[in-house]
Design a protein around this ligand. Structure first.
Ligand code: ASP
Ligand code: MG
Length: 406
């Protein structure tokens, strides 16, 4: 007998027919003798509608009332699934977050789960009853409903799996797993059987479409074996696991990209202590996340250019912040360019293999693609290139690292 958490996203519970097929999946686990806890999202589109209503009600809605409204979509789906299961003769009940409770911190609209009291639920599971819980929410210290931020049901499921010490946490979604690259661009992309938590976190641009980042962090911390799989077909998905669970580790597990980048260059600043601090201080104060950074020293050694990237959505605010600090920084010119893409090769294997970055640079050079900025971490090499080369770069790198499907 195993203890399993199954999570179904919005499209998987999008209408009554979908909810019935969720019930069939639950039934299969119950028939196999397993204890099953289910975490559900709201029906696809419901949360968007609820958010829109709160905005219509007020541009500055009280976050507690916002949370109350947007949390309701999940209450509908958990009740409906319980009804359908009962109708099939399967013992099941819904649990709202206060009934356990699921406790969060006080950061309404983006709360973090602090603790889940599973005693009553476990007693019930032990009686063979399926427990159905709402994703995306909990109870804050002030005793009110708090939501976890959009996409938060993944995190709810992983937190529950950790609290229940579940054998597996299956995330059923509308993709069938994690791929070596975006299959919409690279036709030869392959579905991975396994990926490490760290690789999943590094491939955020690709991974985050599949699993909320916080869910991966939570899984890594508590060693929850997460399986991402399709709710529309039966094939096994991708397991997100600890590194030591991967027997034959490839050096590179995937190639990710992000178009959501803008490049800013602060040109002709003095090459002296304190200049970088003068530039990045105001950006930090404005809560703008700077990603890649390079500094070019000029020939005479007196002046230098500093180039960095920020999320495209923060570009204007970043420029404003720097212009406001113009006197303190003392620069010659400020340039910006949103026509860039960040391409990254990712793999825990590069910790122990040399030449990974070199292969990337050579491959791009052979295609005549100019690299504008480079950054690295222990398991990732990223380059910034002009956006029009996205497809060419991804396909060339995918082949160069031997990732192409036969
Ligand atoms: N229903 C919430 C949302 O749409 C939470 C989730 O589905 O993960 O963001
Ligand atoms: Mg989701």
């Amino acid at each position: 007998m195993a203890r399993i958490v199954q999570k179904f996203g919005g499209t998987s519970v999008g209408d009554m027919e979908r909810i019935r097929s969720v019930a069939a999946r639950v039934e299969r686990e119950v028939a196999a003798g397993n204890e099953v806890a289910v975490v559900l999202s709201a029906m696809a589109g419901t949360t968007d509608q609820l958010v829109a209503w709160t905005r219509e009600a007020s541009a500055a809605a009280d976050p507690r009332e916002y949370d109350l409204v947007v949390s309701t979509g999940e209450q509908v789906t958990i009740g409906l699934l319980a009804i359908v299961l009962q109708d099939m003769g399967i013992a099941a009940r819904s649990w709202t977050s206060w009934q356990l409770p699921i406790r969060t911190d006080g950061a309404h609209t983006k709360a973090r789960i602090e603790n889940i009291d599973t005693a009553a639920l476990e007693a019930d599971l032990g009686q063979g009853r399926v427990g159905i819980l709402p994703g995306f929410q909990g109870i804050s210290p002030d005793g009110r409903i708090a939501t976890l931020g959009r996409g938060g049901s993944d995190t709810s499921a992983v937190a529950l799996a950790a609290a229940l010490n579940a054998d597996r946490c299956d995330i059923f979604t509308d993709v069938d797993g994690v791929y070596t690259c975006d299959p919409r661009i690279v036709a030869k992309a392959r579905k991975l059987d396994r990926i490490t938590y760290e690789e999943m976190l590094e491939s955020a641009s690709q991974g985050a479409r599949v699993l909320q980042t916080r869910a991966v962090e939570m899984g890594m911390k508590h060693h929850v074996r997460i399986q991402v799989r399709s709710s529309f077909e039966d094939a096994p998905g991708t397991l997100v696991v600890d590194e030591d669970e991967i027997v034959e580790q490839e050096i590179i597990s995937g190639i990710a990209y992000s178009r959501d980048e803008a490049k800013i260059t602060v040109a002709r600043v003095a090459d002296k202590p304190g200049v970088a601090a003068a530039i990045f201080g105001p950006l930090a104060d404005a809560a703008i996340n700077v990603d890649m950074i390079v500094q070019n020293v000029s020939e005479d050694g007196d002046e230098t250019d500093i180039t960095f990237t920020v999320p495209e959505g923060d570009r204007q605010r970043a420029i404003d912040a720097i212009e406001r600090s113009c006197d303190a920084i003392g620069y010659g010119r400020l340039d910006h360019d949103a026509n860039v893409v960040k391409v990254s090769v990712i793999g825990v294997g590069m910790r122990s293999h040399a030449g990974v970055a070199q292969r990337m640079f050579r491959t791009l050079a052979e295609k005549g693609i100019n690299i504008q900025v480079i950054s690295t971490s222990e398991i990732k090499v990223s380059v910034l290139i002009a956006e029009e080369y996205t497809e060419l770069a991804l396909r060339a790198l995918h082949s160069a690292y031997g990732l192409d499907a036969e």
